[in-house]
Design a protein. Sequence first.
Length: 89
Amino acid sequence: MKTIELSEVSALAPHVQSGSREPLILTQNGETIAAIMPIDDRDVESLLLSINPKFQAVLERSQHRLESEGGLSDSEVRSRLGLRTSDKE
């Protein structure tokens, strides 16, 4: 991941305001090439994981395993962890 201080890209500064929730689409010769999205520090990790091929592979393997082997119910997980089962069950 690369980070650039907004002051380093002065042409963008007027279009990117703190607190804005609107994305900014960058184009080159009429073609979309990038987007600048509002984000806070909590979202950075989620963003990086969402584009990480290794993490995506782990998710895919987990999904295939869940589909082929099934999963555990909430009550079974709670029981295995020694937790009280929910009153809803």
